[in-house]
Design a protein around this ligand. Structure first.
Ligand SMILES: Nc1nc2c(c(=O)[nH]1)N[C@H]1C(S)=C(S)[C@@H](COP(=O)(O)O)O[C@H]1N2
Ligand SMILES: [Mo]
Length: 401
């Protein structure tokens, strides 16, 4: 059961204490991410199990990688957390919360959660969620920004109402070009721009973008955007506005800081540049590229030689759907096909499995996924200044003995 009073109390404790020693958070142990300066505290925040802390103010928490081997859906209490601005909501009354739909609409709306639940046909979708900077800590040369391992991603069953249905009810006017979104959190300093994101009007009305009020069959966890967030299937997490309370239909391209200046990638097919070189032009970050991971074994693992080794992992992309996963045991010279698991939809993580027999010695295991339109992953990491969209073919070194 969601205990709102305790949550308020806990999050207030966080705000004033803002350290791992605050009564709101229990320091458990350390985690070590596999790159230089990868030591992180594992801390338990309200509604969460101990997660890897990147920053405590605002909370930025990463999912321990072993969670991705436990099942295809990431449990709510293990789901990563990312905020930009430290003034996060500490008190939300779900009955009083309103989502305003304003701007270039015929009928401005102010919807309660009950209005959303009763006034529209609910939809459900399993979709992966991933921060643009997931895996940033692995870039060489290193780049500025949160030094994340591979835990700023997750996969959940989202339930809510299509943004399209809400926009249709408000009556979008002909002049509409984009729709902007903002939430309850804000900056600590008045000079910091509020976190506002925008989608093109056609994208906002594609029927898939969702105003979600539930995740894996429960209310959204507080830190993941309670009571409602935007779910933008296949797109990087930056668009997935948490604690959503304002939707504004615009007759021009939104040019706020978080669209015009931040979250931009080199405007070329690889979204990459030579390390150290700024891109000639940039564009807004968009859909996920193809990624795959071995989850059953961690880098440096020891396995049994000359016996069946069951490997498994996950793959996902920006919504074309994964069609093949290949695994190599010799550093990428030879590859064998893996068997794909249950298909939970084109936006979901897809499980893969295969069996290998390895002779005694050191082996470089690699995994590569291919989507339904033939897109795959690069052998060498693609570098860009903000360290976004990392999707190199991952390598897991094992010793068989
Ligand atoms: N209100 C609000 N929504 C937000 C953000 C934020 O700072 N504030 N960050 C975005 C970014 S960059 C990411 S990766 C996701 C993180 O979602 P999560 O914390 O539920 O994992 O939320 C997005 N939505
Ligand atoms: Mo993000």
């Amino acid at each position: 059961m969601f205990d709102r009073r305790r949550m308020l109390q806990s999050l207030s404790g966080l705000a004033i204490g803002a350290t791992a020693s605050s009564r709101a958070v229990k320091a458990a142990e350390q985690a070590v991410l596999p790159f230089a300066n990868g030591d992180r505290p594992l801390v338990q925040y309200p509604g969460k199990r101990p997660l890897i802390v990147l920053t405590s103010r605002p909370p930025q928490l990463e999912t321990p990688f072993s969670v991705f081997n436990d099942g295809l859906l990431t449990p709510n209490d293990a789901f990563f957390v990312r905020y930009h601005l430290a003034d996060i909501p500490l008190e939300i009354d779900p009955d009083a919360h309103r989502i305003k739909i304003e701007g270039k609409v015929d009928t401005p709306l102010s919807l309660s959660i009950a209005d959303l639940k009763t006034g529209f046909e609910p939809v459900e979708l399993v979709a992966a969620h991933q921060c643009s900077g997931n895996s940033r800590g692995f870039f060489e040369p290193r780049v500025a920004g949160g030094q994340l391992g591979n835990g700023a991603m997750g996969n959940a069953r989202w339930k809510g109402v299509p943004l399209k249905a809400v926009l249709d009810k408000a009556g979008v006017q002909k002049s509409a070009v984009q729709v902007s979104f903002s939430g309850l959190d804000g900056p600590v300093l008045s000079t910091t721009p509020k976190f506002v994101k925008a989608l093109d009007i056609d994208h906002a009305r594609d029927g898939e973008v969702m105003i979600a009020y539930a995740m894996n069959g429960e209310d959204l966890p507080w830190l993941n955007g309670f009571p409602v967030r935007l779910v933008v299937p296949g797109y990087y997490g930056t668009y997935w506005m948490k604690h959503l309370n304002e939707i504004t239909v615009l007759d021009k391209v939104f040019d706020g800081f978080w669209m015009k200046t931040a979250y931009r990638v080199p405007a070329n097919p690889c979204a990459c540049t030579e390390p150290g070189k700024p891109p000639a032009a940039t564009t807004q970050i968009g859909r996920f590229n193809v990624r795959s991971f071995i989850t059953s074994h961690l880098d440096g693992a020891t396995v049994k030689a000359d016996s069946d080794l069951a490997l498994r992992g996950i793959a996902f992309d920006g919504g074309e759907g994964i069609s093949d996963v290949l695994v190599s045991w010799d550093g990428g010279r030879s590859w064998q096909g893996a068997t794909l698991g249950e298909n939970l939809g084109k936006y979901s993580f897809r499980e893969w499995k295969t069996t290998l027999r390895l002779p005694k010695g050191q082996h470089e295991l690699k995994v590569r996924a291919i989507n339904s339109i033939g897109q795959s992953q690069p052998d060498k990491p693609l570098w860009n200044p903000p360290g976004y969209m990392r999707n190199v073919v991952e390598t897991t070194r094992v010793t068989s003995a």
